[in-house]
Structure formats: C-alpha cells, structure tokens
Design a protein around this ligand. Structure first.
Ligand code: B3K
Ligand code: ZN
Length: 876
C-alpha cells in the first residue's frame, strides 16, 4: 500500500537526473520474470541541487545493481519500500539493475500481468515502477530498446514498442525478439505483450505516400471480430491527416486486445493495448453502441500518438492536456464520420449526467487538479469530458481555422517535449493574437458555472436585450470563484419559426443567425437591434459552454423550440428541459395524487414520433426522458424509489396515450432489412427500439408476442438485446435469458451484457439474483469487465434496488468494494464512487450510506485509492 501523502501541483520540481536510453531484457516466467534494465543516466544540469539518485519501484525483488559495469556494494545504495536510492551517483553513468517480478500474482492489472495465460503490461500512470526501478515520471523521456525472451510454444508472439529489429532461437525451446523504439518517451508509454495471438492486418497509405501496416492481435477464434476495429484505425489515420495534418510516425501500428483490463484502452507508443470490448465486434455479438464505441476508442488511442505521446504531460496534474484534447479530437472524428447533432447531444447527456454530478460532489476538482493522493483516481469525467469541453471552447472562440493554427503552433513548439496546460493555452493565444488570460480559470476553478439569462423586447426600439449573469457554486477547498470567460451561443427565432439575422448594437449590418457572445463579467448585457417582433431566444446553442443555463421558458415556448429550433442541440434541449420541469413537479407533489404528464407535452411527443422530416436518431433522442441520475442531481433529500416510480409512471402514460403512433412507427421501421452498421440504419434502429421500450410498458399479450418475436428473429445483437431488456423488465424473460446464456456462454463480452441486463432489472428480487450471479461460472471478481457489468451497473444504474430502504443494496456494495480492494484497488475505488452523492439522499437512507462509507474507511489495510474516494465522500 502506498503512503497516504498528498502530492501537490505547486511542489513540482524538474528531475535531478535524466535518462537518455533504456535497454530492457525480459526473461518471461509466470512467477519469476527477470527484468534486466540498463539505463544511461546523466545529471540534469538545469537543476542545482546535488541530490542522490532516487528511483521509483514497487513490489520488486532486487537481484543486483551495477554501475558502469561494476557490481555496487550494498553500502552504495539503499532499498526502501517504494524506492531504490543510489547514494553517490556520478554526473553520468550506466546503471544496470536486475529485478524479479511475479506476473501471475499481479491482480492489480498494473505493471506486468497475465490474462488468459498471456502477458500484458499497463504502465500509465505509475505502473512501470512495478516492472523495474526507474524515474517513473512523464517528464523523463528516453529511447527504449526491449528484448523479450520466452518459451516459443506458449508465447509465439512477442511484442513491444517501435520496430522489430531482430529475433532468434535459444536453448530449451526459448526464443527472443528485439524491439527498438526510435522516439523518446516517458515510461508510462512502455508496453510488452507475449502470448498465443493471431492477427488481422491491413494498410493505410498516408497523404505523403508512406505505407503503414496496421496489425490487430487477438486470441485465436476472434479474428472474425476485428474488421470494424481495423477500419476504424484506417478512418482515424485518414481523418487526422485531413483535419490536423498529422501523420503516423512509425511503419507499424499495433493494437492488441486483452480481456482483463482496468479501463478502455491504452495508447502505448506503436503498441496500443485495448480492452476486448473496444476491439471485438460482429453484428451478432455487438450492438450499434458497441460499434460506435470501437470507432471512438480506436480513434482516441490512435490520436494520442500526437496528443499525448509526441507531446506529453510534464506531470500528472496536466493530465487533461492530453486527455481533454484527445477526447475532443475523438468526438470531432465521430461527428465527421456520423451525425454531428447526435454525437453532440450524446456527449452533452453524458457530461451532464456524470460530470456535472462529479463537479457538484465531494470529488469535485478542476480539470487541472491541485493535489491528489492517488493519481489513478483522477482519470475522471472532469479530466476527460469537461476537459474536452474546455478544448471545444477554444474552437468556439477562435473558429475552426484559428483552432488549427493554435494546434500547429503547439506541435511546432513542443514536439518531443513534456509540457503543461498553460503551454497549450499559450499556443492557442499566440497563434491567434488572442487574450486568453481569463480563460485560465477553466483550468483552476472546479464546479459547474451557472448562467442565468433574462431577455426583454422593446417594440419601440425594435430591439431585444439579453442580460447574462454568471456564478459558480463553492466546491471543496474553493469557496469563492471568479468569473469565467464563457462563449455563449444564441439565436433568435421569430413567430413563424424562422431564425432572425442577428445584429448587435453598434454593428453596421446583420451577420449570421447564431452568434457567440463573450461573457467575461459577472453580469453583462447584449442588445440586438432590428428585431421586428418579440423573438423566442434559442440559448446556449450547440452547448457552447459546460454551464447550467437558467432561463424561465414557458411550456409553450419549449414546445415551440421542440418543433422549430434549427439548432439540433437546442431543439433536443427544449424537450429535455420541458420533461425535467414537470418530472420535478410531479416528484414533489403529494404522493396520493395521480402522476400525469402535461397534455401539451404528450401532444408534442405525438407530433415528434411521426415527423418524417427529422433524423430518426434525433427523434429517438428527444423521445427519451431525462436519465434518473440526471434528475436526482436537480433535487435534494431524494427518495430514489419515488423518483424511479414517477419516471416509470410517465413512461407508462406516454405508452398508453401514444400507443397507436408508437406501434405504427415501430412497425414501419421493423421492416426486416438485413443488418448493416451504417448511419441511416443505426438511426432507424434507434427510433424503433425507443418505440419498443415504451410499448413494453403496456401489459398486453400482443406486446408480449411482439417482444418475443423481435428477440427470436433478430439477426443482430442491437435488436436482440433491446427485446431481451424489455422482456427482463416486464415479466422476467426467464426463457429468453436462459436461451441467451446457452448460446453465448463462451463469449465473455456477450455474457457481460447478460449480467448487466439482470443487474439493472427493476423487478422484485434483483439484488438476490445479482448475488446468485456472483457464483455464475462466467463471473469473476478479478475481471474488471465483469465487475462493471454486474456490480457497477447495479450500484450506479439501478436506483430503486441500490437505494432499497432496508439498506441491503448499500451493504452489498460496501462488501464488494472491500473484497475488490484487496484484488484491484483501482476498480474498488471506482466502484466506491457510487456512494459519492449520499448527501443528496433523504435522511434515513443517507445515514445507512454513511455507515457503509465508514465501514469501508475503517477497513484495515485499505488501499490509498479507495481511502481517498471514501474519505473525501465522508468529508462532504
Ligand atoms: N491513457 C489511458 C488511461 C490510463 C488510465 C490509468 N489509470 C487511456 C486513454 O485515456 O486513452
Ligand atoms: Zn486518453
């Protein structure tokens, strides 16, 4: 267990020593892998202090240390729990360190570990120190050479970063392969893979005419599920050349899929390692969402080659420098290869449901945090998703060309360096001669700003005046906030539903129908002239800033915007705002009163379902009620069971009143077309399955057979799973669940879906079924995908069962967090976040949640990962 010492951003000092070259030799063995590391080290001349050389290391058995070829006596170094100190390190020298590690016993999935008998590594953020002693910090960048020695039968494929430069046979059926990475890199980008793997290969020809080999490695039997990932890599390479002028820099780009992995994927130089979930897909096993996810994650990891690898982070506080930027890039990629509007709405929905909650809770932190106990806890929605919104705001403020100029300058200045968020902002400002000083507050202040808007129309002056006022609630350690620089996009719509040309006071003519206002003060007023009639304002178009908008729309105005707004995000937002308003009202009303959604909301939905001019995917998004977790954030002293009941009753009412339209649309779209993953078909399936989801609320034999039919006849997982989900929630779907498990028993990713469906079921007895499933042969607490499928989905998505009034849901979560903490602290800490919003819940349950948090906190030997999450939650 690492010590519970907070690390502070402002304590950063440059490294006292630098490493120019690393030569690694791995002699692979299940329990005794020998790692020989030869480091060419020199003192950092820019640092004055005469310090000893302190190398990081964790859970290592030190075998020997040599300096310039001579074995060092024990008096020349000291070994601590987490470091190796070379007491009198000369100004430069060659250090050779031999350590022995036990990959078979490594359940944390950090460092070198085994999965299904093969070897894999995960080094970000601080996993390299579990392989050998090293200066394991991102600002130490070196050129790596890696030789891997292993049994030839068990491990025919031996991979590492860079180019394969040699191979040969050894005695005892062993062989070796040598890899050289010509680019210097921090240790967190090191990777090694060894095992029995097969590969699908393809090529990409760059704009400058180079041929890149793309190789996707998977376990035998999975080759038929790699084609989508391969085409995703090809699309991503072409897109980055086209949009940002960035080409791949090695001759081979490798992706390896592994089933035991803590997160989605990892951008190791030239050798990306992926969770199987983001590689393996074919229509029978993967849903449309899975296919989208593969496109996004493959692109994300590939894009890191420039934003993360060529230009990396100086220290881990700068994590959003690479993550926010790379998420922005993958979102743009997905928008360009699919529907921009759908992509934007989906991203905003995720941001508001999960990141806004994080920003309002005990773990709130700025996108560039000031301190942490455990860096792995900071791979958060804030760093990634809000980080991406902050990058997007540069584009909104500077325009697409201005943003590109900033990116070009960033690479020109910093290629090969480890830099900070300030360096990125400076490149954007300098390339555009823009003043982005105030913009820095997006990096230093946590919390979601609120912008309240008030409009008034003057018939006499033919003008419309908008007053914007911003504020930001306190967050842990930050009581008072200063005003942000907020790009606020707006349109004005006339009574016929047409966008008005916009002319701000002082301008000589109108330009455009959407304008980005620059809000910098606490309160600012903007006046539009030449406005012929009272307009309906369309505010925060395209969600131009990650803020909460407050504007007192009437229900009529919301219905009007739902039908007329030319901005797809704002149009969806009108439906979302309307639904949120009345759900909150119905939740708060006396429990004995009937739960009835307003008639004109139902009427607006009726029109929407049958609108054949709108993209079906957009209709599908607008027809979905706000997520329960999003609603929970807007309430206090919440009774989660009542909230779930209100949402369910409204769904039933919509299904009853719009039965005819839903059924007609369902039948029209369920036309038996063979499955294809393309934009048009995905959109049609989305809408079809949203209709099905409503219809499943109706207790009718006809609907039962419709669901059973869809389950049976589907030629793809999207439709099959949609039917099964509805069946499981309606009547248990026992027959189909058994059929599904029998068919897919050997496909781990499909079984994850099977576990998740049951964990999120709203039927009685769900917790006890989840507990029984823990002993299912396909379940393992050591596999993060399984934990997420069965346990995390229950705790995060199943509001009524996780928050059962008897507290059994909470006790179950705590027990699993404690059990997991001993196996894999990162996964335990992630799961522990399900208690984050305990102060939002009504007093009786709140007390039960608090007791469980205390039980976890007081557990002997708790990891600093879980301790950090739980102790911060308790401090709320
Ligand atoms: N950079 C990795 C995440 C590493 C997480 C370490 N706990 C994946 C990504 O964001 O692309
Ligand atoms: Zn990333």
């Amino acid at each position: 267990m690492s010590s519970r010492q907070a690390i502070h951003r402002l304590d950063y000092t440059p490294p006292s020593y630098l490493i120019d070259r690393v030569d690694l030799t791995f002699d692979l063995d299940d329990t005794q892998t020998k790692v020989t590391s030869r480091l060419i080290i020199r003192r950092n001349k820019d640092v004055a202090a005469e310090t000893p050389l302190v190398l990081h290391g964790e859970e290592l058995k030190l075998d020997s240390v040599k300096l310039d070829g001579a074995v060092l006596p024990h008096t020349a170094y000291s070994v601590g729990e987490n470091e190796l100190t070379i007491i009198a390190m000369p100004d430069d020298g060659i250090l050779e360190i031999v350590t022995v590690i036990n990959p078979a016993a490594n359940t944390s999935l950090m460092g070198l570990y085994q999965s299904n008998g093969n070897f894999f590594t995960q080094c970000e953020a601080e996993g390299f120190r579990k392989i050998t002693y090293y200066l394991d910090r991102p600002d130490v960048m070196a050129k790596f050479t890696t030789t891997i020695i292993a049994d030839k039968t068990k491990y025919p494929i031996l991979l590492s970063n860079g180019n394969r430069v040699g191979s040969g046979q050894l005695d005892k059926n062993r062989h070796w392969v040598k890899w050289v990475d010509p680019f210097k890199k921090p240790a967190y980008l090191f990777a090694l893979v060894a095992g029995k793997l097969v590969s699908l290969t393809g090529t990409h020809r760059t704009q400058s005419g180079r041929n890149i080999n793309i190789e996707i490695y998977v376990e035998p039997g999975n080759l038929d599920k790699c084609h989508h990932a391969l085409s995703a890599a090809q699309k991503a390479m072409a897109w980055d050349e086209e949009r940002f002028g960035l080409e791949y820099d090695l001759d081979t780009y490798m992706i390896v899929a592994v089933s035991d992995f803590n997160m989605g994927a990892m951008e190791n130089k030239g050798l990306n390692i992926f969770n199987t979930k983001f590689v393996l897909a074919k229509p029978e096993t993967a849903t449309d969402i899975d296919f989208d996810g593969i496109d996004a994650v493959v692109a994300h990891e590939y894009f890191h080659n420039w934003t993360g690898n060529r230009v990396t982070c100086r220290d881990w506080f700068q994590l959003s420098l690479k993550e926010g930027l790379t998420v922005y890039r993958d979102q743009e990629f997905s928008s360009d290869i699919g529907s921009r509007a759908v992509q934007r709405i989906s991203n905003v929905r995720t941001l508001r449901t999960s990141q806004f909650a994080e920003d309002a809770g005990p773990q709130a932190h700025p996108i560039r945090p000031d301190e942490y106990l455990e860096i792995n806890n900071f791979y958060t929605m804030t760093i990634y998703e809000k980080g991406s919104e902050v990058v997007r705001m540069y584009e909104t403020l500077l325009g697409r060309d201005g943003f590109r100029k900033g990116m070009d300058l960033y690479f020109k200045r910093h290629d090969g360096q480890a830099v900070t968020c300030d360096d990125f902002r400076a490149a954007m400002a300098d390339a555009n001669h823009a003043d982005l000083t105030q913009f820095e507050r997006w990096y230093s202040q946590a919390g979601t700003p609120r912008v309240s808007a008030q409009g008034s129309y003057s018939a006499e002056a033919q003008s419309y005046t908008l007053t914007l006022t911003q504020s930001c609630p306190p967050t842990p350690g930050q009581e008072h906030k200063l005003p942000f620089h907020i790009p606020f996009a707006i349109g004005l719509i006339d009574r016929r539903g047409q966008d008005l040309p916009l002319q701000l006071e002082g301008e000589s003519h109108a330009s455009g129908t959407t304008r980005v206002l620059q809000l910098r003060e606490a309160t600012q007023t903007f006046t539009f002239t030449h406005v012929p009639c009272p307009p309906v304002p369309s505010l925060l178009r395209d969600f131009s800033a990650p803020v909460v908008l407050e504007y007192d729309y009437s229900e009529d105005e919301l219905v009007f915007l739902m039908a007329n707004d030319s901005d797809a995000f704002a149009r969806w937002e009108a439906a979302n705002t309307f639904a949120t308003l009345f759900i909150k009202r119905l939740y708060a009303q006396d429990a004995s009163l009937a739960i009835q959604a307003p008639e004109h909301f139902i009427a607006a939905y009726r029109k929407l379902i049958s609108n054949d001019k709108l993209d079906p995917a957009l209709i599908a998004l607008m027809l979905q009620l706000p997520a329960e977790n999003y609603l929970l954030e807007q309430l206090s002293d919440v009774d989660p069971s009542r909230l779930a009941l209100v949402c369910q009753s409204i769904k039933q009412q919509i299904a009853r009143e719009l039965r005819q339209e839903l059924l007609a649309t369902y039948q029209k779209l369920n036309d038996g077309t063979p499955y294809r993953y393309d934009g048009e078909q995905v959109a049609r399936r989305d809408l079809k399955n949203v209709c099905l989801d409503y219809l499943a609320e109706l207790d009718e034999a006809m609907i039962s057979s419709l669901l059973a039919d869809q389950y049976r006849k589907a030629d793809n997982m999207t439709d099959r799973l949609a039917a099964l989900r509805a069946l499981v929630n309606r009547d248990g779907g026992e027959a189909q669940l058994a059929d599904f498990a029998a068919q897919w028993a050997d496909d781990a990713l499909v079984m994850d879906k099977w576990f998740a469906l049951q964990a999120t079921s709203r039927r009685k007895g769900t917790l006890s079924r989840v507990q029984t499933l823990l002993s299912h042969p396909a379940f393992s607490l050591k596999n993060p995908n399984k934990v997420r499928a069965l346990i995390t989905s229950f705790c995060v998505l199943n509001l009524p069962h996780f928050h059962a009034a008897d507290g059994y849901g909470y006790a179950f979560a705590a027990e699993k967090i404690i059990e997991l903490d001993a196996i894999n602290p990162q996964i335990a800490a992630r799961l522990a976040s399900c208690f984050n919003r305990w102060t939002k819940i009504e007093p009786a349950r709140r007390e039960l949640m608090k007791q469980e948090l205390e039980r976890i906190r007081d557990q002997a030997g708790l990891s600093s990962d879980t301790f950090e999450i739980v102790s911060k939650a308790l401090a709320a």
